[in-house]
Design a protein around this ligand. Structure first.
Ligand SMILES: [Zn+2]
Ligand SMILES: [Zn+2]
Length: 92
């Protein structure tokens, strides 16, 4: 079980929206994103590469294109783009 104060500061690495505990997963509360992150030994695994990136439209796993900060659904074509500003700042 994750400590509540840890849960309070966790946010989706893609869109910076807070996540909520749902079963054994941490789920992004942004309906357009909705990425689900696993928890290993009480440590949240916030890697987008390993997340369930299910399409809100059709439920398929979306492709993650890091160069474009883009999630793209191979099934219905719906995409979700998010500028990861914090990371962009670090690259300067
Ligand atoms: Zn998100
Ligand atoms: Zn889709």
């Amino acid at each position: 079980m994750l400590a509540k104060d840890l849960l309070d500061i966790l946010a989706c690495p893609l869109c910076k929206t807070p996540v909520r505990m749902e079963g054994e997963k941490l789920v992004c509360q942004n309906a357009d994103c909705g990425c689900r992150y696993g928890i290993q030994d009480d440590i949240p695994d916030m890697l987008l590469e390993e997340a369930e990136r299910l399409c809100p439209g059709c439920g398929a796993q979306r492709e993650w294109l890091p160069e474009q900060d883009l999630l793209r659904c191979p099934k219905c074509g719906k995409s979700f783009q998010c500028k990861r500003e914090a990371l962009a700042e670090n690259k300067k």
